[in-house]
Design a binder for this molecule. Structure first.
Ligand SMILES: [Zn+2]
Length: 109
């Protein structure tokens, strides 16, 4: 299990304090934001769990993207088809407002 802080899992990368509700989301975040894959390994000696990092590869991206955003395979394929993201899961829309994300309306008072 990744580091836990209260209800949240904390990113495994030193210096990053991103927290997510789910471990899979953290692992996805590491793939998408740190371009790394965290792999769990259990010590044969005392059974303790540790993590190693390796650079991400293209084959890691889809799963990482889905985990990070809690989306399914359908959504990945649809967004890729529509050109909303590229094969590395990078949003191709303009900075700021993104498709599918509701704009925050300012109170007009
Ligand atoms: Zn992080």
């Amino acid at each position: 299990m990744a580091k836990k802080q209260g209800e949240f899992f904390v990113c495994l990368v030193p210096g990053c304090d991103v927290k997510k509700k789910g471990e899979k989301e953290i692992l996805g975040h590491i793939v998408m934001d740190h371009q790394q894959v965290a792999e769990r390994h259990v010590s044969g000696v005392d059974g303790s769990v540790g993590w190693t990092f390796r650079p991400r590869e293209l084959k890691d991206v889809q799963q990482g993207w889905q985990d990070a955003h809690k989306y399914g395979e359908e959504k990945w394929k649809r967004q890729l088809d529509q050109g909303i993201i590229d094969i590395w899961g990078v949003a191709q829309t303009k900075k700021g407002w993104r498709k599918g994300v509701p704009r925050v309306m300012k109170e007009s008072q």
